[in-house]
Write a protein that binds this ligand. Structure first.
Ligand SMILES: [Ca+2]
Ligand SMILES: [Ca+2]
Length: 185
């Protein structure tokens, strides 16, 4: 029984018994003796198509070539508002004089990859929806340096396509392309 001490209740005045009975019902609900009508587990299972939860399966929607020369390229994919995509930037290209760069760093052969361009006024790397090279870019960082040169960031849809271009203080001596993949649920 959820409500214990029932025998002694009958020795009390009716009004007091009534109060105790109501209190017992309330306690029963709180304690889980009564059936509550919602089940928290069902809320986690209602993810339908387009769900952007981190563990939803992602697949490549589009692959773009981003020229190291700094040319702005646009996706044909329209990124839907309310959906979190992932952008995967990979590959290396010549960013001047045969020195290689990736989506975020360059000149890593000495063991200390450089994040900023030579003039220290440009964050070298691929900018998204951010065509102007400057000391900060979007994304602010593609992540810690990795020798795989494969980086991935979460990217919320803006209701339109995206643009991408390589940021460098002196892009005209660059050669090659980076790869940018748009992944979506
Ligand atoms: Ca350059
Ligand atoms: Ca950088």
């Amino acid at each position: 029984m959820c409500f214990s001490g029932a025998a002694s209740v009958f020795e009390l005045p009716l009004r007091v018994r009534s109060v105790l009975r109501c209190a017992g019902c309330a306690l029963a609900l709180v304690a889980g003796c009564g059936r509550l009508r919602f089940d928290p587990l069902t809320r986690a299972d209602d993810a339908g198509p387009g769900d952007a939860s981190p563990d939803a399966p992602y697949h490549t929607l589009e692959t773009l070539m981003v020229p190291a020369l700094g040319t702005v390229v646009s996706s044909t994919t329209v990124l839907q508002v309310g959906v979190t995509y992932r952008l995967r930037a990979s590959g290396t290209a010549d960013v001047g004089g045969g020195i290689l760069g990736d989506a975020e760093y360059w000149d890593w052969t000495a063991g200390t990859p450089l994040d900023l361009a030579t003039n220290m006024m440009v964050d070298a790397g691929i900018g998204i929806d951010d065509p102007t090279p400057a000391l900060t870019k979007t994304p602010a960082s593609w992540g810690a340096y990795t020798a795989t040169h494969i980086y991935e960031v979460a990217w919320p849809g803006t209701g339109t396509n995206l643009t991408a271009n390589y940021h460098d203080d002196f892009p005209s001596n660059n050669n090659g392309n980076f790869t940018l993949e748009i992944l979506g649920p």
